[in-house]
Design a binder for this molecule. Sequence first.
Ligand code: SF4
Ligand code: SF4
Length: 455
Amino acid sequence: MKVVAQANEAVLTILKRFLKTDFQGRLMKYCLAQQVEDGVLLFNLMTREMVLLTEEEYSRATELDYLRQRWFIVPEQLDEKECMEFVRLIFKSKTKSKGEITGYTIFTTTDCNARCFYCFELGRSRIPMSEETAHKTAEYIKSHCGGKKVKISWFGGEPLMNPTAIDIICDDLREAGIEFTSSMVSNGYLFDDALAEKAENKWNLKRIQITLDGTEDVYNRIKAFVYSDTNPYQIVLNNIRRLLDREIQVVIRLNMDLHNAEDLLVLAEELTRRFGGEKLLRVYAHHLFQDGVANAERYTDAEWNEREAAMNRLNEKLLGGGLLSRGVISRDVKMNHCMADNDKCITIVPDGNIGVCEHYSETEFVGHLDREGFDAEMVAAWKQTMPEVPECADCFYYPECYKLKKCLNESVCYPVFRRNQEEKVRQRMLNTYEKWLKAEGTENVLDEEDFVGQT
Ligand code: SF4
Ligand code: SF4
């Protein structure tokens, strides 16, 4: 048996009070097993530990002391949910926010140079952040970050349509001695040499997400940029290269719907030819839904299956090309769903309103740059979770699952969602394992004898 990913020791300490020594054991509900060439990986989503067992060890897992002492094997009657809730409660009290806000999603403008038919911001007003509001934004960050390092995400519209606001905020923060790094969600079209240089040196841009919807003709048609006489597809791909050359990580998002699923396979091949082996470039595919909403009831089982099959084909192609995003297991206990239920994060829109969800730029605000404090009712509403469904009782994913009532993307649980989450976790397990294999020493090799009698 070998430890591939170390446990979160704080969780193990919290769980000590539930630990029993002599019990009839079964596999914990929050464990996922994954077959690999030299055995079976067993990942515990609650403790964050992952071990590699031989087939023989796996076949008698309930007898192995190490697994019994580390929450892989638990007493028959154990209530896992009670344990998980207890862990969350203790973590929550220990990580209680002191009111500092260190994550800022800043809408530099709600205008955009593309006209994607699926954009969730269609029909909204298109306004840039003024220089005055940009200065106020920096001032707000300065007085609310508690002197801590700040992470900024430039968002829009297309954030590059208002680089002046980015310049002002970065200059002011630098002048005030506030440490920061930034990321951006952009279509990438405007990244010429001068802006790429600024991104690297002035904006501290570490990561950018750029969406591609298809190969040249499909992309140019879907994006419908406002410029004529250009080939946006080629411009954006050249700009991706420019950013990579400056060591800025590029994450390409592929929006997949049934109308472009086949074309994305061709795009994946083209991206492999152009960027295969590039360490700083990763690609992930995302289901594109009507109005951006993954509402389960909108689709029949047959439609879901078709979508899923198309997604699997695309992921395989990306994996084969070495492009697929390679997330690994995190040792951290997940304490929230996203920025919307995280007290350390806010959004700031061009007119100075403050929100918590990046999908809203005109409503659902919790405050304003000109006012101290937040609307407590609105903040609480964004933290409300969906009632559990019957499947939660036995779901392996429970320790990582938060479903926010107000989230437009992921509030409903349905079979395909659960299958997708399982596939993602399995992929993270395999990525972690591969990484471990490359760096494998002998220090984590566990001899079952070492644990006999330890509690
Ligand atoms: S994925 Fe669905 S069933 Fe599983 S814990 Fe989340 S809401 Fe419950
Ligand atoms: S859309 Fe959902 S996931 Fe995205 S920020 Fe809003 S609440 Fe969070």
